[in-house]
Design a protein around this ligand. Structure first.
Ligand SMILES: [Zn+2]
Ligand SMILES: [Zn+2]
Length: 592
């Protein structure tokens, strides 16, 4: 087994000349066993370089352990290249925190406010495992975990393979304040911390502070190097690596601190090999030869104890088409689906199984979504489980019954999947499809009578969109027609023509509202922030549309402006857009 340091800095990345030797990247280490099992512990900024190297080496399978979810331990994850590559397979492990599963915690830092790609969009096959204090086996490696003393729920990992053992303990503060000096004997939880580490060949320990600095850093969640040395001696390890170096600590200061630490160790008659972790350093660990005690034998046959973080959802529905749609949506969302077709089965399941979400077709003869929502609320008490009701229109009393959101038919499995993921992650989706106008039947009849759908581009329309684009200095202008379930572009400048589903259409909102709509920044608008046209190409950031209302009163589409930057339109700009819109309507009616 070998261990390589990719990030050794604590708290924040600190590149530059004073930190060049020990490294400026935050926590990340890689381990590989003789049989080739690839492990990564922590995913600070050091993970960027590691990811590139693993790809270059052709590694396709790995296990990523997160000690805790403070930024300096996860910030490299969105830049860890293997996770983006289809065909890669990674298992991610971390402590279950107050914010729920490790998956949800990691998804948080990839929400669109912070990062352009969401966790769901990563190309690799990724499985998430929530850990507590446990012991389990992965191929040729045994992993044991123990909680550390830190403001966030943090785990130490003991990794045993090839006859050797490594413990990674970041971030951790002495349980007893006096222990920070490294002079008193360890007691209580500090002694247990050492007992957990006992027998490791290599201990990689948080040593952010010195005993002299510690009185001003109490409760910050970190160790002194003096404490780490005492723990190492008590545990009888072979080697101790100082890591999680304070961002203010220069290389020269680390050298000095290390020299003094070595003197202390010699004076104490200890033969523990001390070093400070530095980026790029690789430590080969031969099988145990007595430098450290042999790893304790497993007490029982190794059991894979990790709980797969798949979320289970109840799907109550009678319509086979709807079931098929949600079957697909559940598969893409990593949801384990449990289908029932009547209230009795729903009741039995709700009381017998823990579900994270329920989706119920409101079909009063067989399934009453309101009644099911009440059952779910009764069964789950204070821990509210979201209930999504599927119907052709909203039914009064839904909110009181506990229905979280109505999904109004028709919609695609992509829409269903986005809604379910949003509710599972944080209870609110930021993508709303436009409601159907009350005159929808008549509106469609008017649209179809125009015979404009699926006709070739015409200069008389393209002239107007081109003009709009120049006047407003936007990259894209469109004339859209909102058909039954699609948005079709009669004119399109600045972008390749794309036919979009109606549920993603901004212009469908304009058609419903029958008045101009300006969205200055889609990312701050709850109707659009998670619309696929915003989160993926063409990455709409600004939208302004004016409705195409014909002389018979029907609204068939919109003349719109799109930009990939946020912008504002004032009232006089808007009246210019409406003037251009009038030209479009005149052209449409001329043809009709
Ligand atoms: Zn940290
Ligand atoms: Zn921390």
């Amino acid at each position: 087994m070998q261990v390589t340091f990719w990030g050794t800095r604590g708290s924040i990345a600190k590149p530059g000349e004073p930190t060049a030797r020990y490294g400026g990247n935050t926590s990340c280490i890689a381990m590989r066993t003789g049989a080739g099992t690839q492990l990564v512990i922590d995913c600070g900024t050091g993970a960027h370089g590691l990811g590139q190297t693993l790809l270059a080496e052709g590694i396709k399978r790995g296990h990523l352990f997160i000690g805790h979810a403070h930024w300096d331990h996860i910030q490299g994850m969105p830049f860890f290249a293997p996770l983006f590559v289809p065909g890669q397979e990674w298992d991610v492990y971390g402590p279950t925190g107050l914010g729920g599963s490790i998956r949800n915690t990691l998804a948080g830092q990839m929400e669109s406010t912070y990062f352009p790609v969401s966790l769901e969009q990563l190309g690799a096959t990724i499985r998430y495992h929530d850990l507590g204090e446990t012991r389990f086996q992965i191929d040729d490696v045994t992993i044991t975990t123990r909680y550390l003393n830190h403001p966030a729920l943090a785990l130490a990992y003991k990794i045993e393979a090839d006859g050797g053992g490594v413990v990674y303990a970041c971030d951790h503060e002495p349980h007893v304040r006096e222990a920070a000096n490294g002079t008193a004997e360890l007691t209580g939880q500090d002694a247990q911390h050492a007992a957990f580490i006992s027998g490791a060949d290599l201990l990689i320990h948080d040593t952010q502070y010195t005993a002299a600095e510690y009185p001003n850093k109490v409760n910050w969640g970190h160790s002194t190097y003096e404490y780490a040395m005492l723990v190492a001696r008590t545990a009888g390890v072979g080697m101790l690596a100082f890591t999680h170096h304070d961002p203010l600590r220069t290389d020269d200061q680390i050298d000095a601190l290390l020299a003094s630490a070595r003197e202390t160790m010699l004076a104490a008659g200890s033969r523990i090999e001390l070093f400070a972790a530095s980026e790029g350093l690789t430590i080969p660990l031969a099988s145990t030869d007595g430098a450290g005690a042999a790893a304790p034998p497993l007490v029982a046959p190794p059991v894979r104890e990790v709980r797969n973080a798949l979320q289970r959802a109840l799907f109550g529905m009678t319509d086979p088409g709807l079931s098929a749609l949600f079957f697909e949506a559940a598969a893409t969302s990593g949801i384990d689906p449990l289908f029932v077709a009547d209230s009795a089965d729903a009741r039995e399941l709700i009381h017998g199984q823990h579900v994270s979400l329920a989706v119920v077709e409101h079909d009063p003869g067989n399934l009453d979504a309101l009644a099911v929502a009440r059952m779910v609320a009764t069964a789950n008490g204070a821990s509210r489980v979201p209930v999504l009701a599927v119907a052709d229109r909203e039914v009064p009393g839904g909110e009181a019954a506990g229905i979280s959101e109505w999904l109004i038919r028709p919609f695609s499995s992509t829409y269903a999947s986005a809604k379910m993921q949003a509710w599972l992650l944080r209870g609110k989706s930021r993508w709303k499809k436009a409601p159907l106008p009350v005159d929808e039947g008549k509106r469609l009849a008017t649209l179809h009578s125009l015979e404009l759908l699926d006709t070739p581009p015409e200069p008389r329309f393209d002239r107007i969109t081109d003009l709009a684009r120049r006047i407003f200095d936007v990259p894209v202008s469109l004339i859209t027609l909102i058909d039954q379930d699609r948005q079709w572009l009669k004119s399109c400048v600045g972008i390749d023509p794309i036919e979009a589903p109606r549920e993603t259409s901004f212009c469908a909102h304009v058609v419903f509202e029958r008045k101009p709509m300006v969205v200055s920044d889609t990312l701050t608008d709850d109707r659009f922030a998670e619309n696929p046209l915003v989160t993926a190409m063409p990455r709409v950031r600004f939208y302004a549309g004016a409705p195409l209302i014909l002389s018979d009163g029907e609204c068939v589409g919109s003349l719109c402006l799109i930009d990939t930057r946020p912008r504002h339109l004032d009232a006089s700009n808007l009246s210019v857009l409406e003037g251009l819109r009038d030209l479009v309507v005149a052209e449409i009616e001329r043809a009709a």
